[in-house]
Design a protein around this ligand. Structure first.
Ligand SMILES: Cc1cc2nc3c(=O)[nH]c(=O)nc-3n(C[C@H](O)[C@H](O)[C@H](O)COP(=O)(O)OP(=O)(O)OC[C@H]3O[C@@H](n4cnc5c(N)ncnc54)[C@H](O)[C@@H]3O)c2cc1C
Length: 375
């Protein structure tokens, strides 16, 4: 008889796991707490590692159509241009920007095509190491594998009592989508990392994300409630970035503020339960790799479960194989968040982009041998 998985959370991690398991003959049921299957209104960066995983999941073509390939990444701090770096095109750093909904729809379509059963309005309350998923309404489902892909405030993880280290940082980000309008062509096609230190410390990561879509990730310290406010108060932002005033005045009640957070678990599995994505390794978005790592680890999970051994052992193998790179990426992302070093015009290098340059397990040339331990 085929094996069966119950998955908590239909985010990027849960959907990627559902597809990868279905591709390997598992039956899969996904439980999503939200009333509808969709992503919230923001943009997202997907580096080449994520694109490779999307290729293996049958979603890359759909993601590439409608995504944006910015030709450069610039940093402008206090009105001065501090760094300029070509990306995409002939350059080997490949990064696409898009709306979250665009990425989400491509994964959702691929999951449904693959035959995953997905339920909205199914809030998960707990899981057991023996392989039971418990819904908030009391229903219980047995499985060979349970996946806790229910995000940073994971009920599955917490119900298992896994030892965890969670940290918040001094900054957070308002994410908002708007129209590009006349902001197109030349430098307006670049990703521009605007920083200001006076009259206060703020940052706007200006990101064209589609034909007429502009994504702005607006970093404000937690200690600056005026700038972190939702609805967005344009005044503090305009005082730092007057050139963006026409766009900043249109944002009104859009956007959502999230503080940078890190979650680190002692172990990514407990019996037959795998903890995946942000529930296992939330990280500050400074390397734009949270979803990239979540999707890599989802595919790596399904590959590890091909091993002819009990699920519990395959999960330990999965963690040993995939975790070192995620830990490195999380640690580096946290250092960048804590130091705000991006304001100094740091250019991307191979060390910072180790995950982006990695060939993930389960992709055409991907390896499933453990990556070397990294410092
Ligand atoms: C400001 C910011 C910018 C970011 N930018 C990028 C970027 O550019 N590139 C990148 O790769 N990553 C980025 N990330 C990280 C990325 O968003 C996350 O790593 C990614 O969304 C993790 O996916 P996930 O599926 O694990 O979790 P989520 O996306 O949080 O999905 C979890 C799902 O589980 C559902 N759920 C929650 N509780 C329950 C429950 N009890 N029962 C059932 N379902 C439940 C939720 O509704 C949700 O659908 C960013 C993060 C932040 C905060």
């Amino acid at each position: 008889m085929g094996r069966h998985a119950e998955i908590a959370g239909a985010g990027f991690a849960g959907l990627a796991a559902a597809i990868a398991l279905r591709q390997r003959g598992w039956s899969v049921r996904v439980h999503e707490a939200a009333p509808t299957l969709r992503a919230f209104g923001a943009g997202i960066f997907i580096w080449e590692n994520g694109l490779r995983v999307l290729g293996a999941l049958g979603a890359r073509a759909a993601v590439e159509g409608g995504a944006f390939a910015p030709p450069a990444y610039e940093t402008r701090t206090d009105g001065k241009s501090l760094s300029y770096q070509d990306i995409n095109g002939a350059h080997r750093y490949r990064l696409l920007t898009m709306t979250r909904q665009h990425l989400y729809q491509a994964l959702l379509d691929a999951a449904l095509r693959a035959g995953a059963e997905i339920h909205a309005n199914h809030e998960v309350a707990a899981a057991t190491p023996e392989g039971e998923l418990v819904l908030a309404d009391g229903r219980r489902f047995r499985a060979d594998l349970v996946v806790g892909a229910d995000g940073v405030r994971s009920r599955v993880r917490d119900s298992l009592g896994l030892k965890q280290d969670r940290k918040r940082y001094q900054d957070g980000i308002i994410r908002v989508l708007t129209e590009r309008g006349p902001l197109r062509g030349g430098a307006w096609d670049h990703i521009i990392d605007f920083w200001a230190h006076a009259p206060r410390t703020l940052r706007i990561l200006y990101t064209p994300s589609g034909d007429n879509v502009l994504y702005m990730a607006m970093m404000a310290p937690l200690a600056d409630p005026e700038a972190a406010a939702i609805p967005i108060n344009p005044e503090p932002w305009i005082s730092c970035f007057p050139a963006l005033a026409p766009v900043l005045r249109t944002l009104s009640d859009r956007g959502r503020y999230d503080v940078y957070e890190t979650t680190k678990l002692e172990t990514w599995s407990c019996g037959r339960v795998a903890i995946l994505g942000d529930s296992a390794h939330a990280m500050p978005p400074t390397l734009a790799q949270g979803a990239g790592c979540a999707m890599m680890n989802a595919l790596g999970l399904a590959v590890a479960l091909e091993r002819p051994e009990p699920v519990e052992d395959a999960l330990r193998h999965w963690e040993a194989t995939e975790r070192p790179l995620t830990d490195h990426t999380q640690r580096r992302a946290a250092e960048i968040a804590a130091s705000r070093v991006l304001a100094s015009g740091m250019a991307w290098d191979d060390e910072g982009l180790r995950a982006a340059l990695h060939i993930p397990t389960g992709t055409a040339c991907g390896t499933s041998t453990p990556a070397p331990a990294v410092q």
